[in-house]
Design a binder for this molecule. Sequence first.
Ligand SMILES: NC(=O)c1ccc[n+]([C@@H]2O[C@H](COP(=O)([O-])OP(=O)(O)OC[C@H]3O[C@@H](n4cnc5c(N)ncnc54)[C@H](OP(=O)(O)O)[C@@H]3O)[C@@H](O)[C@H]2O)c1
Length: 246
Amino acid sequence: MNSLKGKVALVTGGSRGMGAAIARRLAAEGADVVLTYNSSADKAYAVVAEIVKMGRKSMAIAADSSDCSAIQGAVQSTVAEFGQLDILINNAGIFVAKPIDELTLDDFEQSIAVNVRAVFVASQAAAVHMGEGARIITIGSNLAEQVPMQGLSLYSLSKSALTGFTKGLARDLGPRGITVNIVHPGPTDTDMNPANGEYADVLRGLMAIPRFGDPEDIAGFVSWLASAESRFITGTGLTIDGGTNA
Ligand SMILES: NC(=O)c1ccc[n+]([C@@H]2O[C@H](COP(=O)([O-])OP(=O)(O)OC[C@H]3O[C@@H](n4cnc5c(N)ncnc54)[C@H](OP(=O)(O)O)[C@@H]3O)[C@@H](O)[C@H]2O)c1
């Protein structure tokens, strides 16, 4: 497993859930991995320790994704400490689910700041340092494509915005040999959406494969997308949702 040997990756929100699984998997493929976190310092450092145990370099950076300068700082620190940046995984995200009459402007600002603006800021800052063969991969959601229940308007808005950004950025960076793609997970067993949560049975009822995904189900594909094998894939998305949207 060395498809990413010599590469340096930055994973936003790498302390828990999918981001942690992606960070571990990129490291298992040979990459050195920097991860950001907001509040889970202990968990972030535990992931770093696992990666170092694999023989790779790793570092955790406290960087709230709603703070533009913190994100830019994380990119700068990655390049300063590791000398390069080849793979950006825009993973950090928040899930605010309420009916339209209960959503506040603060909910809106926070969701857009973390789920959308941070992706723009990190991608813009990272692209400056990237060269031929680099990868920008964003974690969207199957809810960007279909909204099968109430209360999801804000989250779906934030995730569908990323599709347009991915396509436009792929056009901007394609001539430099940098690919830009989005991965749309469906129900995946994390703190955000536990397989034993309140709505889990309803979600399973929507799925062709009636079980929640494991974070590793997403990490495996992200890692392949980060590798040289995916070099002709850009400006597109793949839904990994156990057939929820089928
Ligand atoms: N789980 C699902 O079913 C599902 C489905 C589709 C898409 N997604 C998307 O997948 C991505 C990962 O979700 P997950 O399920 O792994 O969520 P999770 O278990 O809640 O983990 C979220 C991660 O993002 C970080 N994060 C949250 N807010 C942040 C902020 N303001 N600044 C920096 N980091 C922040 C968290 O760090 P701290 O712990 O330090 O706060 C944590 O590492 C998100 O973009 C989510 O929208 C999830």
